[in-house]
Design a protein around this ligand. Structure first.
Ligand SMILES: [Mg+2]
Length: 179
């Protein structure tokens, strides 16, 4: 089977501390071990893909441009630590949006798997060997809907957590087609 393995990461509460609608670059506080965890994934050959719901756009708190600016800053801070995110997918919609253009029960918004499915196609990612780490049940539901394992991160050091996830994955026998 073709395709690369990917690590899908939720953003708020996994990579950065979830202060609630984080968009100001000055409010970027990394979760303990986040940079090291992403570096570990880079070195392990994983495509690192962030999949993040940002309903603050739909609620009119900030714009997609603001979100992009935050993500530029996030990438710069990670680069300074020798870590790299390969792609970021954002779901700006919400069914109760105050901004009409974003009022939708959109297939990208977790717990729906749209962002993950798009990444599979865009980045030549295989389900086999890929997984997601998120801090909410909706993240895990999106992973399961996309056909990959979801691991619930409940706090602590993300790099320690990630090392455990990768160790467990290494013990899992590869599907026949990958041998
Ligand atoms: Mg989260």
């Amino acid at each position: 089977m073709s395709g690369r393995k990917a690590a899908f990461l939720d953003r708020d509460g996994v990579i950065n501390v979830d202060h609630g609608y984080v968009v100001d670059p000055a409010a970027l506080d990394f979760i303990e071990g986040a940079e090291a965890a992403i570096r570990r994934l880079n070195e392990g050959g994983y495509v690192v893909v962030v999949v993040t719901n940002q309903s603050g756009v739909a609620r009119g708190y900030f714009t997609e441009v603001d979100v992009g600016r935050f993500h530029d800053h996030l990438r710069e801070r990670l680069a300074a630590a020798g870590a790299r995110i390969d792609a970021i997918y954002t779901a700006p919609h919400h069914p109760d949006a105050t901004v009409p253009a974003y009022r939708a029960d959109h297939p990208d918004r977790k717990p729906r798997p749209g962002m993950i499915l798009r990444a599979f196609a865009d980045l030549d990612i295989a389900r086999d060997g890929s997984f997601l780490v998120g801090d909410k049940k909706s993240d895990i539901a999106a992973a399961e809907a996309a056909g990959i394992p979801g691991h619930l991160f409940t706090g602590g050091d993300l790099d320690v957590f990630m090392a455990g996830v990768l160790a467990a994955a290494a013990l899992d026998p590869a599907p026949e087609g990958d041998r």
